[in-house]
Design a protein around this ligand. Sequence first.
Ligand code: SF4
Length: 232
Amino acid sequence: MATSKFSKPRPASKKSRAATPVEKQASRDQRLLEKLRELYPDAGCALHYHQPFELLVATILSAQSTDKIVNQITPALFKKYPTPAAMAQATLTELEALVRASGFFHNKAKNLKACATVLERDHHGEVPRTMDELLKLPGVGRKTANVVLGNAFGINAGVVVDTHIQRLSQRLGFSNEPTPEKIERDLMAIVPQEEWTVFSHRMIQHGRVICSARKPKCNECLLAPECPSRQI
Ligand code: SF4
């Protein structure tokens, strides 16, 4: 339709408004995620295992320990007790001797035996595939359950929050919360669900290689331009 000089003038096009602080933060979060993807495309579980039961045991042992130490002690442990049935029959003294190097060995041995007993009694010797069932196993908290679900079964039920991820989430501004449970909730809102498991591996790797607790290497860190905690 032709316009005449009597047509109503069109309203001036709206100026694009400035992003709100929340929108800016969301964009920055996504840029950080993208950078983590680029930096650690193949990040994966550092614990050695061949089946879900082994990963469950290794993850229980990794509390307050390192993956390296756990990987050193699990071959002998898995050889002697390859199934929940076998581990349920172990004496505490035998188990303690095998897991001693991982620290807190009295508790860990007790939990492993009790966990194996429940797996054998209530789950036909299989590791269950739901968060609720896993959380009922002795020695299993949300972090361990997330590790097992994500890595042994490919189920992204939550985000692992260990000490590295807790520290990095706070430094990178993904969360201001003080507890793993609340940090996990924040991360689940930021990270796409299909990446929850691999995201935790990327964060752990960055925490180990660059952003350590005592001496973050901000000068070498490729996340620095977006990191609110950079010290440069
Ligand atoms: S810039 Fe520094 S504080 Fe931020 S993630 Fe990198 S190493 Fe950590």
